[in-house]
Each structure stands twice: as structure tokens, then as C-alpha cells.
Design a protein around this ligand. Structure first.
Ligand code: IVH
Length: 708
């Protein structure tokens, strides 16, 4: 052990040697303890070595290694990770599967930016690492926080774990005061094999694939366990930063490499789609020998100013796309076809398969889409899988589409049993017996039982409590299934959730005495429900699970009406379809006739409306505030673009206006505040003039947005 006075006598060389020795001793001890369950040191010896190391590091701070085992001291295992709200959302990527998709990506960007084909538009192309994304925050050059992606908005704080990863610097020199570096945590093939060997040697759980192993390691509550796992990190993006780090994607990667991050050596800048596809082939050819899993190639617009103009869709940037590798195909047997009834009544056939491993994951179900698909036709009657029908007992080829949802790609007719029969698709709902109807032009057969169908009610409730819905801690799909069938404390419709606590109080066999519950979990559950009485408008609308109304549409509708009451008042009149209320509904971005009709008829159905009003009585629904109010003169205003703009496409103009808090509408009405008339503006500009609505030209519009 190094006493204080002994340390003072050490020269730099001796101190460095001693530090290295102690660090190695502690690392070995960690591996022996956490990985092999065979301690090398007693607790006292371990603590003493830790103390010596810390003293030495305090006396020679410049000699402290970035991955010193001392960083783990003072980081006791947490019970649960704290949450981190990402300053800039962590998004996912849209996918491309072939040349046509990549061309459409390039085309869409050119259209958005108003760039012709004679203008060069450069992209970077780099491997898509199959791991987990991580955001590292550096303040004044010091790593202060590491967070997982979570749902993109809120992630988990895994700072202590991230500090154990050798590829992640604890300090960086020359970075802006605030810099969030983003990238992928992964495990190499070799390390994965070794880890699984070690796990099975001590009869511990082995991992299905490197990605799962990396996820397990990063989310260990005890960072000392993470330290024993061979995690690595590639940097490829960034989040918040106090000053720009580059003007191009390639430049930003060079900057990150200069700070000491690993960036992928297979990154290239490509001047057009052909070169992107060439680089895709180069990466694809090396895939098997890279030593780590990749699942595609990511293309990004190189110019960061253009990235800024392109911005984001709801879940992914417009300026990037993941060109995925073709999925692995595996043969297995179709054992049964089950029919599931979804929340909108759709009867979905599901193939139950002989379990088989596809891309490192065991697959035992695959979607069969609808009855036409089973017959080997698509909804237009065209042949799919060469018109082969699928029958129980068949050998079928499966793959994981987009690497997630298992689907069928082929049927081996040579192995079909002679007694096999064409699958008879049910004409009534297997859950409630109501007629299952297929409307003209619809590929899907639907149970028309509505809320009387238990399957629909249950699925709607599950959707209601889902993460993007009410997201009530302790009340997930599993609990909903139990409560749905509960004789004493049933939850059959959303409002029942908010009466649960009162009903429980009046109940003799209170929830807290039941198996699987307890005083604490019941108190927590009721508190979580209470917390959700106050909730945003968009979330409520999405939670209702109205057909065709997804999360993005629900939020846009909420933004348009501002308050729930204003929305209800308007929707109640919209059914006439000739009036301003119907027009207003259709003027919302992304709301077409089909969605509008679905909304109107849901609110007009007595059963549906009853359930919605009963729910509403328990809630305080928050209004949607216009974003950027104050900062922007068009916040909260309704803007209409007409005619052709020279300096930016309509799509970009719309995105810019919305980013400044405006609502963009397709038609001029008394609710319009501002019309931007490009060249050749016709009837809309005329109508605006008649109604006395302020109309400006493109240059004035540019000065509105540039002035901010
Ligand atoms: S860029 C704004 N580049 O893929 C989007 N992502 O499917 C920033 N990923 O969540 C992501 N390799 O976890 C980017 N070279 C790469 C990547 C990459 C892997 C992951 C990342 C992302 C997911 C999207």
C-alpha cells in the first residue's frame, strides 16, 4: 500500500509504473469478481488498492488514465436509472431498401430545397452500426452526462456506465463549452463470443446477439459490471452544442475524431446517388469481415446548412436515410393460423411458426396481413409470392422486415402435404360473433361490433395506456388484460381507470390484498393515475385510438384547435360537410377526407361519444400553446401559401412557418391571418383580397423569417 509520505518520495516515472500496476490489479480483480465469480482479492485488499490508486492519482493528476478503475468509486449501484430529458431529441432514421428508394430520397431532398439535377448535392455514406445509441454531454471539456435514447425525448442516465467504456473520453480538448456527442455502443463479434463463453461457464444467461449483450451491459445498475464488459463506441452525430463544430458532416466527423472519438473508417463523401450505391456495395462486401454487426449504410446530406434547412419529420431527419441490407431468409413450418382482432376491429391472420432463429432472434409468429395475402393476391388482385396461397402445414420462408416484424417471403409448394386445405377466412368475428365485413376496396375484414366486441375494447384500452398514450406507470397492457376481466374492479373503458381508486376504497377485498399487488404498488398506481388527470390535448386525442388518427395527426389537430372544447364544438358541426367546420378540419396538414370522416363519425356515434364524454369528465385537458410565442410575429397565426415561390419550395416554406409557431392552411377563410402570394397566385390571393386578409409577397415573407 502507498502511504502519503511514500507517495511524496516517488518520481514521475515510478508513480506512473505504480499507477499502471494498481490499475491492472483492480481491473483483474473486477473481472474475477463480476465476470468469473472467483474473487482474487479480499474486500479489504480491494479497498486498500482503490485507496492507494486514488491517492496516487490525486498527487499526480496528469497521470490519471481515462479508464482508471478509480472512476467507479463513489458510483454505487443505482436502484433505477434517473431520467434525462434530451435537449435535442434523439431521432430514428427512415429506411431505404433499394436503388429506387435511395433515388426517391435524393429526389425528395432536391424538391424540398428547390435544387435542380444540375446542382451537385453531396452526401456522406457510413456503416449503420447495430448497437444502441448514446448521447454524451461534455461541459467545458468534461464528460458530465451519458444518456440512452429511451423514447427519443427522455432517456436513461447511464453516465457511470459510459465512463467505463474505453472508447469514450472523459475529457476532450478544443470542444465548444457545451457539446453533446452521439454515437453507437456495440460489442465486437470476438468479444461477444468470449462473453457468452464466460457467461455459460458460470451458468449465467447468455446473449442472443451482440446488440442484446451491449444493451444488457450498458443498462447494468452496477457500473462495475459494465466495466467488465467489452463495450465500444463509434461517434457519428451530435446533439446540443454551444458553437458549431463544422460546416459539413464529414468535417464534423473529423472534428470528433480530433477530440479522440472513434469514427468509422468506412465513411465516404459521395457526390451523387450512383456513388452512394457504390459505397454501399463496398461496405456490404466487407460486412462479414468487419468484426462487428452492421445492418445497413446511412446516407446524410453533407452540407450542415442544408441539413438545417431540411430539418425533421416527426420521428426522423429529412436529411438522412438508412439503406438497409437485405434481410436474412429462413425456412420453417407454418403450424397454425390464428385470427387476432385489433382495436379498429381488423381481423389479422397471424402465422404460428415452428420457432426458428432469424438474424439472432427467435421468431415464432409472422404477420399474414389479410385474407388476400393468404390467398397469394394483394388487395388489387395482383399476384404476390407468385400467387402461391399459404396453408397450415406448409414450409414457409420468413424474414424480419426492417429487422423487426417477421413476414413471409415464400412458400415451398414441393413440400406441401396432399391433404392440406385452403385456409377458410372467418366471416364473423371470432371474439364476439358480429359480422366481419369487408368494405369495397378494403383489403381488411373488420368486426363491426364496435365497443361491444371485447377484443376491440381491450385493444383500445391497451392503446389508451400505451407509451404514447396515457402512459400510466404500473398500468401497462398486461395489467389492463387482468383488469378487463376482473369481476370486482373491472376496467372496460378509459373512464374506469379514473374511478378505480374510489371503487377500490368501497371494495371489501381491496386491491392491496391481492397477489401481485401490495400496499406500496397500489398507492403508486393510484398516484400515477392521479398524475395523468392533467394531460395534453394531442395525447388525449391519440389515446382514443380513432381509426386513421395517428400520433402526428393528433398533435397537428390539437395544435390547430388549441383547446379540447373548441375542437368538440367544431367537430360537432363538421358532419354537414359543406360548412366551414368541415373545411377547417380538412385544411389541417395531413388530415384528408378519410381521416376527417373517421373523426366525425366517431364523435357522432352515441356509444363512442358516451365513452369519450365519461372520460373527459375526469380530465383536465391542457390547451396547446403556440410555439415560439413572442419570438415570432407569426406564432399562433394561420398562414396560407399560394402561387410559386422562387427561393424555397412550398414544403420548406410550410416547415419554416410551423417552426415559428404558425398554422399553415391550404385554403383561405376568415380564419386566415396572412397570405404569402408567390408569382402566378390566383384564386386564393383574390379571395384574400375580398376578405381583406393581409397578403405579402415572397421577399416580405423572407424578411419575416430572416428577421428572427
Ligand atoms: S445518424 C438524427 N448514423 O440507427 C439521426 N445513426 O435507425 C441520427 N445508427 O438511432 C442518427 N449507425 O442508433 C446515424 N452511422 C450512423 C448510425 C446510426 C447506427 C443508429 C442510431 C439511430 C438508429 C436509427
Amino acid at each position: 500500500m502507498q502511504k502519503a509520505e511514500e507517495i511524496k518520495k516517488l518520481n514521475e516515472e515510478e508513480a506512473a509504473a505504480e499507477l499502471a500496476r494498481l490499475a491492472q490489479q483492480l481491473k483483474n480483480a473486477n473481472i474475477a469478481y463480476y465476470q468469473d465469480d472467483a474473487p482474487l482479492l479480499s474486500d479489504e485488499q480491494y479497498d486498500a488498492a482503490q485507496r492507494s490508486l486514488k491517492r496516487l492519482e490525486a498527487a499526480f493528476p496528469h497521470l490519471k488514465a481515462f479508464d482508471s478503475p478509480s472512476v467507479l468509486v463513489g458510483a454505487p449501484p443505482s436502484e433505477i436509472f434517473s431520467k434525462v430529458v434530451h435537449v435535442e431529441r434523439m431521432l430514428s432514421l427512415s429506411n431505404a431498401f433499394n436503388r429506387t428508394d435511395v433515388e426517391a430520397f435524393d429526389e425528395g431532398i432536391r424538391r424540398f430545397l428547390g435544387l435542380g439535377h444540375d446542382t451537385t448535392l453531396a452526401y456522406t455514406a457510413e456503416p449503420k452500426i447495430d448497437g444502441l445509441s448514446l448521447s454524451l454531454r461534455y461541459e467545458n471539456g468534461i464528460l458530465t452526462q451519458a444518456a440512452t435514447r429511451g423514447d427519443g425525448v427522455v432517456g436513461e442516465n447511464v453516465t457511470e456506465n459510459a465512463k467505463t467504456i474505453a472508447d469514450i473520453p472523459h475529457h476532450v480538448n478544443g470542444a465548444p463549452d457545451v457539446l453533446e456527442v452521439r454515437g453507437e455502443v456495440y460489442i465486437s463479434h470476438g468479444d461477444f463470443e468470449a462473453l457468452n463463453m464466460a457467461q455459460s461457464k458460470k451458468a449465467a444467461k447468455t446473449f442472443a446477439n451482440p446488440r442484446n449483450a451491449a444493451a444488457g451491459a450498458l443498462r447494468q445498475l452496477d457500473p462495475r459490471i459494465t466495466a467488465t464488459r467489452p463495450l465500444r463506441f463509434f461517434a457519428y452525430a451530435w446533439g446540443a452544442m454551444s458553437a458549431p463544430i463544422a460546416t459539413s458532416q464529414a468535417g464534423a466527423l473529423r472534428f470528433l475524431a480530433g477530440l479522440g472519438f472513434q469514427t468509422n473508417p468506412l465513411t465516404a463523401t459521395c457526390a451523387d446517388v450512383d456513388l452512394l450505391l457504390e459505397h454501399y456495395q463496398i461496405i456490404s462486401d466487407q460486412r462479414a469481415t468487419l468484426g462487428y454487426d452492421i445492418d445497413g449504410v446511412v446516407y446524410k446530406v453533407d452540407d450542415l446548412a442544408l441539413q438545417g434547412r431540411l430539418g425533421f419529420r416527426s420521428t426522423a431527419p429529412r436529411w438522412a436515410i438508412a439503406h438497409k441490407f437485405p434481410a436474412e431468409l429462413v425456412w420453417t413450418r407454418l403450424e397454425r393460423i390464428d385470427i387476432q382482432v385489433g382495436r379498429t376491429g381488423a381481423l389479422s391472420p397471424v402465422a404460428r411458426l415452428l420457432p426458428v432463429t432469424v438474424g439472432g432472434v427467435v421468431v415464432s409468429n409472422a404477420t399474414l396481413h389479410n385474407e388476400d395475402y393468404i390467398q397469394g393476391r394483394d388487395s388489387n388482385g395482383a399476384s404476390i409470392r407468385d400467387g402461391k396461397d399459404v396453408r397450415v402445414g406448409d414450409w414457409v420462408q420468413v424474414y424480419r422486415a426492417g429487422d423487426v416484424i417477421p413476414k413471409l417471403s415464400d412458400v415451398d409448394l414441393s413440400k406441401r402435404l396432399s391433404q392440406s386445405e385452403v385456409f377458410a377466412f372467418p366471416q364473423t368475428c371470432p371474439q364476439c360473433g358480429s359480422p366481419a365485413i369487408r368494405e369495397m376496396g378494403d383489403a381488411v375484414r373488420r368486426c363491426n361490433g364496435g365497443l361491444i366486441c371485447p377484443a376491440q375494447s381491450l385493444e383500445r384500452l391497451k392503446h389508451f395506456v400505451s407509451r404514447k398514450g396515457f402512459d400510466i406507470e404500473g398500468l401497462g397492457a398486461k395489467q389492463i388484460e387482468l383488469f378487463f376481466q376482473d369481476a370486482e374492479l373491472p376496467i372496460r373503458e378509459p373512464s374506469d381507470i379514473f374511478t378505480l381508486a374510489n371503487r377500490d376504497e368501497a371494495n371489501l377485498t381491496s386491491l392491496k390484498y391481492r397477489d401481485g399487488f401490495g400496499e406500496k404498488s397500489v398507492t403508486n398506481l393510484f398516484a400515477a393515475i392521479e398524475e395523468r388527470r392533467e394531460i395534453g390535448f394531442g395525447r388525449v386525442l391519440f389515446s382514443l385510438g380513432i381509426r386513421h388518427v395517428g400520433e402526428a395527426a393528433a398533435n397537428l389537430i390539437a395544435k390547430h384547435y388549441g383547446s379540447w372544447d373548441a375542437f368538440i364544438m367544431s367537430i360537432d358541426q363538421a358532419h354537414e360537410k359543406t360548412n366551414a367546420e368541415w373545411e377547417a378540419l380538412l385544411s389541417i396538414e395531413g388530415v384528408g377526407e378519410v381521416m376527417a370522416q373517421s373523426l366525425v363519425s366517431t364523435f357522432r356515434s352515441a356509444a363512442e361519444r358516451g365513452a369519450i364524454d365519461r372520460l373527459r369528465a375526469h380530465l383536465s385537458i391542457k390547451d396547446v400553446e403556440a410555439s415560439n410565442t413572442g419570438a415570432s410575429p407569426i406564432a399562433g397565426k394561420t398562414v396560407v401559401f399560394t402561387g410559386s415561390l422562387e427561393k424555397m419550395s412550398r414544403a420548406e416554406a410550410k416547415v419554416r412557418a410551423e417552426a415559428l409557431g404558425a398554422k399553415v392552411s391550404g385554403s383561405v377563410s376568415l380564419k386566415t391571418d396572412l397570405v404569402v402570394a408567390g408569382s402566378g397566385a390566383g384564386s386564393k390571393a383574390k379571395k384574400a383580397a375580398e376578405l381583406g386578409i393581409k397578403t405579402i409577397d415572397e421577399d416580405s415573407w423572407l424578411s419575416v423569417i430572416d428577421g428572427i
